[in-house]
Design a protein around this ligand. Structure first.
Ligand code: HEC
Length: 258
């Protein structure tokens, strides 16, 4: 009985530390994205606040023209190291629709920390209409929704190439090594020095892609650090309990004559 409880708790602890795998998707003939080193990898993994803030800046200045992050609220940005006043300032730069007012009309007002971060389009139809029929997916869960999500997003953002000889490209499509089918409707979104980082980090394409991935990994799993901490507490507790029970067992059995 005791053993099975310990085993079940150990499994729970390991699950908390290790986490669950991402959801599978048919990958077509795209090569597996090369593995990158991330600060949030492994059981000791944590998020890099400075990288996440840079990544949010790239999202805001580049990706937000086409992609939403609908699961995030402005107040969530406090978790990536912004102060309460900074969060208020970031929110206030964005206009959101509210209402109806006393005369029954909807109106625009600056966003507040309690508002969800609004996406660029009113609905999927409008998003497709602006992108030659292709849908720019919501990015809040992309790092979990794809196999090896962080590596995939990094590879995709840095994987644009000229199509090899003999490959026929469809109109308005771009060759990307890591997109299933190699033809993607998203124009290469990152160009060198497109973003001027406040902390002076040079804005190379791989740097911006890495920072974006740090931000998107957190967006998809904001509780990773808590989960790692809880898992360790459970495992530590089990080690202590095992020691106590072992000592008790030895004491009890020492009274029995062999
Ligand atoms: C001009 C609009 C536009 C911009 C800007 C843009 N994207 Fe896209 N993105 C798209 C479209 C459209 C698609 C869908 C592509 C398709 O269906 O072929 C897409 C697809 C993607 C995908 C693939 C999703 C999947 O299904 O696997 C990712 C990841 C992505 N974008 C990330 C980004 C990031 C990160 C940025 C900012 C650096 C960005 N995008 C900027 C339009 C855009």
């Amino acid at each position: 009985m005791f053993r099975s409880i310990v085993a079940a708790a150990l499994v729970a602890g390991l699950a908390l530390v290790g986490g669950t795998a991402g959801t599978a998707r048919a990958e077509g003939d795209a090569p597996h994205p090369p593995h990158q080193k991330w600060s949030f990898d492994g059981v000791f993994g944590t998020y890099d606040r400075a990288a996440m803030q840079r990544g949010f800046q790239v999202y805001k200045e580049v990706c937000a023209a086409c992609h939403g992050v609908k699961h995030l609220y402005f107040r969530d940005l406090a978790q990536i190291g912004y102060s309460e006043d900074q969060v208020k300032g970031i929110a206030a730069q964005v206009q959101v629709t509210d209402g109806p007012n006393d005369s029954g009309e909807m109106f625009q007002r600056p966003a507040r920390p309690s508002d969800p971060i609004p996406g660029p389009f009113a609905n999927d139809q409008a998003a497709r209409a602006a992108n030659n029929g292709a849908l720019p997916v919501d990015l809040s869960l992309i790092a979990k929704a794809r196999v090896s999500g962080p590596d995939y997003v990094f590879a995709l953002l840095t994987g644009y190439k000229d199509p090899p000889a003999g490959v026929k490209m469809n109109p308005n499509m771009y060759f990307n090594e890591y997109y299933p089918g190699h033809q993607i409707a998203m124009p290469p979104p990152l160009n060198p020095d497109q973003v001027k980082y406040a902390d002076g980090t040079p804005g190379s394409v791989p740097q911006m892609a890495r920072d974006l991935v740090s931000f998107l990994a957190w967006a998809a799993e904001p509780t990773l650090e808590e989960r790692h901490r809880a898992g360790f507490k459970v495992i530590l507790f089990l080690i202590v309990v095992t020691g106590v029970f072992y000592a008790a067992k030895r004491k009890i059995w020492s009274r029995i004559q062999h």
